[in-house]
Ligand binder design. Sequence first.
Ligand SMILES: CC(=O)SCCNC(=O)CCNC(=O)[C@H](O)C(C)(C)COP(=O)(O)OP(=O)(O)OC[C@H]1O[C@@H](n2cnc3c(N)ncnc32)[C@H](O)[C@@H]1OP(=O)(O)O
Ligand SMILES: O=C([O-])CC(=O)C(=O)O
Length: 398
Amino acid sequence: MAEQTVRTKNVGLRGITVADTKISYIDGERGVLIYRGYRIEDLALRSTFPETAYLLLHEFLPSPEELQAFEAKLREFRALPGFVIEAMKAWPRGAHPMDALQASIPLLAMDDPDLGDESREANVTMALRLIARLPAVVGAWHRIRQGLDVLPPDDALSHAGNFLWQVLGKKPDEETARIMDVCLILHADHTFNASTFACREVVSTRAHMYAGVAAGVGALSGELHGGANARVMEMLQKIDRDGVTDIAAWVRDRLDRKERIMGMGHAVYKTLDPRARILKELAFQLGEKTGQTKWPEMTAAIEEAAMAELEKRGKKGIQPNVDFYSASVYHILGFPGDLMTCIFAVSRIAGWCAHIIEEKFAEAQGKPALYRPKAEYVGDYCGRMDCEYVPPEKRGRD
Ligand SMILES: CC(=O)SCCNC(=O)CCNC(=O)[C@H](O)C(C)(C)COP(=O)(O)OP(=O)(O)OC[C@H]1O[C@@H](n2cnc3c(N)ncnc32)[C@H](O)[C@@H]1OP(=O)(O)O
Ligand SMILES: O=C([O-])CC(=O)C(=O)O
């Protein structure tokens, strides 16, 4: 019988199921996001990032003892190896934080005593080291690029609080640390998004966890994915600098120029991203606390104008995604725009690692280990495949 070919040409794998997962679920029509059976709204309200990371890695919520042990490990692993900090000191100060983060991943691999042990247990421990160390890497690079000393972790602070401390150099109050914590919960996983798929694709070759994570960081950096939060902030700051008062006209002009409204639209959600609703509330909460409501207000004005204008142009269902209001939250917290995608990575590392472990250890259920899609050859050279090799000295372009 002839091999069956599934035609997926020009669809970028949209709507194509490539594997099973037990980690998360999205209903793009109803705006539902679930991590291992738990609604994102519930986790944002009642969980913490370490607990959520545990859930993603272990399939169930931890007992108090299990959570305590997990948090103790995260604290123990926070300190960066000295050679990573020394290496960073030699990097060009202008390097983008996402490049610095991506470059640090293989360095962290070199320091991991479990590298090479492909048991599930060793992979979970490597995941813990990565979750603990990514915030420290972001903090170290941000300090080094400003010519400042790298700050040691503070064991008295929560994971989110310590992240704020190591990057911004100020101990946060409880409310601020909790807002950071909720942001980390919200970004922790999202099924087969581009960066998670990159991680899974890489480890499907039996490459190690760090190789997969480095690919994930690279994929996240793009402006159509995690990089959008930084672009949203640029958009807001430009509107502010230019003194734009007519947001509807600004939106029309941008769309007429065929430019996208960053932070809006989604490959899966055709309604409001449930994370955006929570982030909008957080942005206003922080704005009111700090007297900076102008950023979420501006974002809300763009949301309203863009949805109306896009609808008029026949484009329905383009609504805020996770990156739209997170930009305001991070800006008010004090992060510069070029660190915003790193914050996403500091959270998504939990989901990436959970997916890497699932990819490595889930029962096959008929799926071949290695991802290997097909492409249609559309090259049109010398009757497709009959070019004659001409030595260099005889080549001409006519
Ligand atoms: C964490 C995350 O990754 S969330 C996504 C972050 N990315 C962004 O915010 C960037 C802005 N948004 C986008 O570029 C898109 O909405 C995407 C890439 C996220 C998803 O888009 P998709 O639904 O896959 O569709 P696609 O990119 O083909 O766009 C479909 C149409 O809607 C338009 N469209 C989609 N999003 C937007 C937007 N934000 N602003 C203006 N137009 C948009 C496109 O221009 C396109 O129009 P066309 O058919 O006339 O060419
Ligand atoms: O799922 C996606 O395609 C993008 C996204 O929202 C995420 O990764 O959080």
